[in-house]
Design a protein around this ligand. Structure first.
Ligand SMILES: [Cu+2]
Length: 179
């Protein structure tokens, strides 16, 4: 084989199918990402932020969680100190709004739909999120102090201030540039 054929063969093995956004379009490489850890420090998944023509997409892949809906938010401090992850602070909320996608006085910039975890404890989901998160290449995700993606133990009711009654923080990842 010529060198380019070897390279092409290696790439075809290395490249898994690209994640696809809600429009069915493959997502480009992430502009930012967070490795999600549980309260013991074990890796349970990853969150990735990708810029697409129509905005920004947040991909979340996790395993080892309890089945069912889980609140998930972008929190206002880039710090994930276990076991309670209180270091991540409250939700990203530069506009001073109330919590919840269904709150007339909301939402926080960091609010998201519930993460639906399957019976096997895993989830692999893509959310459409605000372009403000990566405006100008960085945006709100990289404000002073950084941000973190936090998964909670229970369901987010999408209106109870300040966190939707979603309970303890069970996974956390600091948002970093790139993949
Ligand atoms: Cu939260």
């Amino acid at each position: 084989m010529r060198r380019w054929q070897v390279l092409a063969a290696a790439l075809s093995i290395a490249c898994r199918p690209a994640a696809r956004g809600p429009e069915g379009v493959p997502l480009p490489p992430p502009a930012a990402s967070a490795t999600l850890m549980d309260s013991t420090g074990a890796r349970v998944g990853v969150a990735t932020f990708s810029v697409v023509d129509s905005g920004v997409r947040l991909g979340v892949s996790v395993s080892g969680l309890t089945p069912g809906p889980h609140g998930i938010h972008i929190h206002e401090q880039g710090a994930c100190t276990g076991p309670d992850f209180g270091s991540a602070g409250g939700h990203l909320n530069p506009a001073g709004r109330q919590h919840g996608l269904e709150n007339p006085a909301g939402p926080h910039a960091g609010d998201l739909p519930n993460l639906l975890v399957d019976a096997d404890g895993s989830a692999d989901t893509i959310f459409a999120v605000s372009p403000d998160l990566l405006a100008g290449g960085e945006g709100l995700l990289f404000h002073v102090g950084g941000t973190a993606v936090v998964v909670h133990a229970g369901r987010d009711d999408q209106h109870t201030d300040p966190s939707g009654g979603s309970g303890a923080r069970v996974a956390c990842g600091v948002v970093e540039r790139g993949t």
